[in-house]
Design a protein around this ligand. Structure first.
Ligand SMILES: [Zn+2]
Length: 214
C-alpha cells in the first residue's frame, strides 16, 4: 500500500512516482530470497528504482504520451534544475557528514554545515539544521549512487527500446526480472550485469546537461 500526503502541484506527482518505484521493487522481490537480500543490502538499488519512476514525471516522451501537459520541455528543464540542486546538496551533505563524524567538538560543526552546503548550493543555508539534516549510516551515498544508476539505466533503456521505453513490454519484462532480485546484488553489480558498464557519477552530469539543453 502506498500513502502520500498531497501538497499540490508537480511535487506530488514526483513523490507518488518515487514511492511507487519502491513499491514496485519490493512488491516484485522474490519471496524465496533471504531476508537480507529482500530488505537489507545496497539502498542505492531501491532508490534507483524509485528515481527511474520519479524522473518519468519530467521526461518529455512520457509527458507527451501519458499526460496532456502544454509545455513538456519546461517541465524537463525544471526536472534537470531540481536534480542538479539535489545532487549538489547531497554531495555537500556527504562531505559534511564525513567531517561531522570526525569532529572533536560537534557544536563547532554548526558553522561548517552552513559553509559547506552554502558553498555548494550558492544559496543561504540555515545553520540550525546542522544536527537534524543527517541521514543515518551515510544513506546519502545511496541517493548519490541511485542517481547514477538511474541515469545509466535510462540511457540503456532508451538505446535498446527507444525514448518511449516505458511503454514497451520488453521494458516491463526486464524491470520485473531485476526487481525480483531484491537487493541481493548491489547497484554496481546490477548495472554491470544489464549494461556491462561501471556506475559513474559523470552520467548524472550528462543527464542534467541534456535536461538543461531541452
Ligand atoms: Zn526513496
Amino acid at each position: 500500500m502506498l500513502v502520500i500526503q498531497p501538497i499540490g502541484g508537480k511535487d506530488d506527482w514526483e513523490a507518488l512516482f518515487h514511492e511507487a518505484g519502491h513499491t514496485e521493487h519490493y512488491a516484485h522481490t522474490s519471496e524465496s530470497l533471504s531476508m537480507e537480500a529482500r530488505r537489507l543490502g545496497d539502498m542505492a538499488v531501491t532508490e534507483g528504482w524509485a528515481m527511474l519512476m520519479q524522473h518519468l514525471v519530467t521526461e518529455p516522451a512520457w509527458l507527451n504520451r501519458r499526460l496532456d501537459v502544454p509545455r513538456p520541455a519546461d517541465l524537463a528543464h525544471d526536472g534537470a534544475v531540481s536534480l542538479l540542486y539535489f545532487v549538489r546538496r547531497y554531495a555537500a551533505k556527504l562531505l559534511y557528514e564525513i567531517e561531522f563524524f570526525q569532529a572533536p567538538n560537534v557544536k563547532a560543526m554548526r558553522g561548517r554545515y552552513a559553509e559547506i552546503l552554502g558553498d555548494s548550493l550558492k544559496l543561504p543555508v540555515n545553520p540550525e539544521s546542522y544536527l537534524d539534516d543527517i541521514d543515518g549510516s551515510f544513506y546519502v551515498t545511496g541517493y548519490l549512487r541511485s542517481w547514477a544508476f538511474e541515469a545509466q539505466l535510462r540511457e540503456f533503456l532508451r538505446s535498446e527500446l527507444g525514448n518511449d521505453w516505458f511503454a514497451k513490454r520488453d521494458a516491463g519484462d526486464l524491470l520485473r526480472e531485476l526487481w525480483s532480485l531484491g537487493q541481493g546484488p548491489t547497484a554496481d553489480e546490477l548495472l554491470k550485469d544489464v549494461t556491462g558498464a561501471k556506475l559513474e557519477m559523470a552520467s548524472v552530469a550528462d543527464r542534467i546537461r541534456e535536461g538543461l539543453g531541452s
